[in-house]
Design a binder for this molecule. Structure first.
Ligand code: CP
Ligand code: NVA
Length: 322
């Protein structure tokens, strides 16, 4: 890249570690306000004339819908691109795509395979880039999950979250969040699917405990959460995983070991009878629908922040001089 091509520095959200605790607190404050506007049918259009490009290399329902509807509700426009219909699917270098796409839009969201693809795109992008899921991370999901838990149960500090199942992109993001928000993450995976050692640096280690027995991981937890046994991109391992994960199903007996008022979350889509029993996901402790809805509200706050920075709170009319 020559200096004439050096892109302006843009802020990105590529993994949960990219933001500080104070920034998350700000985002949650904005989420509360933006959600309240939405619920009372009040128009809030700070992103008029702004365009979001959404690049999907994997399937999606919630991520596409929440970003597309969210951008529309903020007064902007969203454009859906996928590998099948764009030159990205025919081998156009990520760097070239980043340079071109980021000259035409104001914000980019990417769902892809290797995290490295998103990092490379961001390095050459003139505009902020959001990770809409990679093999390694799903930061927008945990943004919504933590917001949802705080909405129901207050501050994260000192809480225990039990992750049951695969040490996948969602689990990796919970690990980063545990260090940032100062809560404990109990993780139980089948043998052979453990969290990779390099993910447990000194900051995370103080917040992480591995359990061979999923029932023990759930004991005393404020939140029990899980995800599919086979993530997108790993379909070839599906049958083997069904056998290996058989005992890692969140069911009523497991929920009884958690706190009495424990909640259940799942990023969705779910497979009832595999990672979760229908009695749990459709039961009284489950907040999966609120969790999914909060993808919309939290990502609207995220897009507002990346586009406009911090919004100064308006003083009430009574406090203004004239
Ligand atoms: N939870 C989530 O990201 O869902 P989608 O795959 O439908 O986007
Ligand atoms: N771990 C899952 C999450 C889907 C939203 C996957 O990557 O397929």
């Amino acid at each position: 890249m020559n200096s004439a091509e050096t892109p302006p520095r843009a802020r990105h959200f590529l993994q949960f570690n990219d933001f500080s605790r104070a920034e998350y607190e700000y985002l949650f404050e904005r989420t509360r306000w933006i959600k309240a506007q939405f619920k009372s049918y009040k128009r809030y259009w700070p992103l008029v004339d702004r365009t979001l490009a959404m690049i999907f290399e994997k399937q999606s329902t919630r991520t596409r819908l929440s970003f597309e509807a969210g951008m529309h509700q903020l007064g902007g426009t969203a454009i859906y691109l996928n590998t099948r219909d764009t030159q990205l699917g025919r081998g156009e270098p990520v760097e070239d795509a980043a340079k071109v796409i980021s000259r035409m839009v104001d914000l980019v969201m990417i769902r892809t395979f290797e995290q490295e693809i998103i990092e490379r795109f961001a390095a050459y992008s003139r505009v902020p880039v959001i990770n809409g899921l990679s093999n390694d991370y799903h930061p927008c999901q945990i943004l919504a999950d933590i917001y949802t838990l705080i909405e129901h149960r207050g501050a994260m500090r000192g809480k225990t979250v039990a992750w049951i199942g695969d040490s996948n992109n969602v689990c990796n993001t919970w690990l980063q969040a545990a260090a940032i928000f100062d809560f404990k993450l109990n993780v139980s995976t089948p043998p052979g699917y453990e969290v990779e050692a390099e993910r447990i640096g000194p900051k995370v280690a103080r917040h992480f405990e591995a359990f061979a027995d999923p029932m023990e991981a759930a004991r005393g937890a404020d939140l029990v959460t899980t995800d599919v046994w086979t993530s997108m991109g790993f379909e070839a391992e599906n049958e083997e995983r069904k056998r290996d994960f058989e005992d890692w199903q969140v069911d009523a007996a497991m929920m009884r070991l958690a706190k009495k008022d424990a909640l259940f979350m799942h990023c969705l889509p779910a497979h009832r009878g595999e990672e979760v029993d229908s009695g749990v996901i459709d039961g009284a402790q489950s907040v999966v629908w609120e969790e999914a809805e909060n993808r919309l509200h939290t990502q609207k706050a995220l897009m507002e922040f990346l586009m406009l920075g911090r919004i100064k709170p308006r003083r009430p009319a009574s406090m203004r001089k004239n």
